[in-house]
Design a protein around this ligand. Structure first.
Ligand SMILES: [Zn+2]
Length: 134
């Protein structure tokens, strides 16, 4: 009783696990991409202008496709790097007390307090000096 069912779903589960072996799976970036895609798709349904609706729908499908592509990707290292970059960016956006600049010479990110006006920043890595408004 019910054994056949369990077997059936067990086999699907096994097949899925086998299919996902060596593939990236999901991460925070994927969740955000997928969520944005779904939201855009829903928003598009309420837009009365056909062209805008079409454009939004295309973008939302693109985002969902991108999320699926990332989770099925076998280039795990590259996907991992993308997610890390995204998390760093997210931290920067969330941080209301600092501004982040990339050193114009060596690309080293430099964090400075916000709202101090124009200041001269010197890169901690290559000592390059540059002026930024904070
Ligand atoms: Zn530098």
């Amino acid at each position: 009783m019910g054994g056949g069912f369990r077997n059936f779903f067990g086999r699907i589960g096994n097949g899925l696990r086998k299919f996902m072996t060596g593939r990236y799976g999901t991460d925070k970036l994927n969740t955000v991409i997928l969520f944005t895609g779904v939201v855009l798709c829903l928003v598009a349904m309420f837009i009365p202008f056909p062209l805008v609706k079409l454009a939004l729908t295309m973008v939302s499908y693109g985002l969902m496709f991108w999320a699926i592509f990332r989770s099925l990707s076998r280039n795990i290292y590259k996907r991992y790097r993308e997610n890390r970059k995204f998390l760093i960016l997210l931290d920067r956006v969330k941080d209301r007390e600092h501004r982040y600049f990339d050193c114009p010479r060596c690309r080293q990110p430099v964090r400075v307090p916000r709202g101090t006006g124009k200041i001269a920043i010197s890169c901690p890595k290559c000592k390059e000096k540059f002026i930024k408004k904070t």
